[in-house]
Design a protein around this ligand. Sequence first.
Ligand code: HEM
Ligand code: HEM
Length: 278
Amino acid sequence: MVEWTDFERATIQDIFSKIDYKSVGHQALSRCLVVYPWTQRYFASFGNLYNAAAIVGNPKVAAHGLTVMQGLEKAAKNLDNIKATYAELSVLHSEHLHVDPDNFKLLADCITIVVASVLGASFTAEVQAVLQNLWTDFERATIQDIFSKIDYKSVGHQALSRCLVVYPWTQRYFASFGNLYNAAAIVGNPKVAAHGLTVMQGLEKAAKNLDNIKATYAELSVLHSEHLHVDPDNFKLLADCITIVVASVLGASFTAEVQAVLQKFLAVVVSALGKQYY
Ligand code: HEM
Ligand code: HEM
């Protein structure tokens, strides 16, 4: 699950409070049908979509544009639960309508463009990043800053040790590591230390490929699911231990805002690692 920062939550509510759903939905769906004409095939029942004027003048396009925006409003009101909120809608679009999922991104881009044209100068780069669920400049800078300030070896060692001590069932995946008998044995085990560093190097890869974490983690996800059979709930546990160790290392400079960024980053990593499971 993606964790939203306060800025992101406020920005999303703000965008939805400022736009006219009917007009934005109508314009965005019309643009999608005009600019990417192959999307028309899903709307055969809508009648005349012969050219741009026909599309814009078609009352079914206008009505359906509003429906799409009401669907988005539901997501905006359930930010922490978008997947569940969209469960039925996902089944509808895949199993019943057979919409090629590439098209979602095209309609989303049209919505971004129309919102930009409506909000004008107040649609800053930061607001755009939130709407597109990209990383803001602050988030990018904060993530690089965290990684530049921590000692991977020490943070990785401490975090993996904590995970194995606090959630002892995670030890079963590391049977080949030898003595994990108690906290002292875990902390003193050189394989734990070495693997902690490996995990942090894996995270560094994600931090260096923020726009492409899923693809960057494709092999790692296969490894953890199909070969190591790691229960994906455990990813979140290790991520939480990493957050705690980073907090203890950075001290007062680990503000609530920095925490929100790190937890968002780790949530994306956890979701990318778990991708292979779903
Ligand atoms: C931003 C992404 C999208 C959202 C939020 C969205 C939302 C919705 C909603 C709320 C409905 C009505 C569901 C119902 O009646 O229970 C719907 C129906 C539908 N959607 Fe989407 N949709 C999206 C993208 C697309 C795309 C890209 C296509 C095709 C290119 C598409 C094709 C359809 C079709 C054909 C229907 C049924 C329309 C009808 O016959 O009334 N949707 N969508
Ligand atoms: C933050 C989440 C995690 C990251 C970034 C991560 C990263 C990695 C990396 C980079 C490797 C080495 C892959 C290779 O050799 O090609 C690895 C291996 C492994 N991971 Fe993870 N991992 C994570 C979570 C977990 C969790 C929660 C568990 C189990 C509780 C786990 C169990 C293992 C095991 C057993 C190996 C193989 C170790 C060995 O035999 O050398 N990982 N992981």
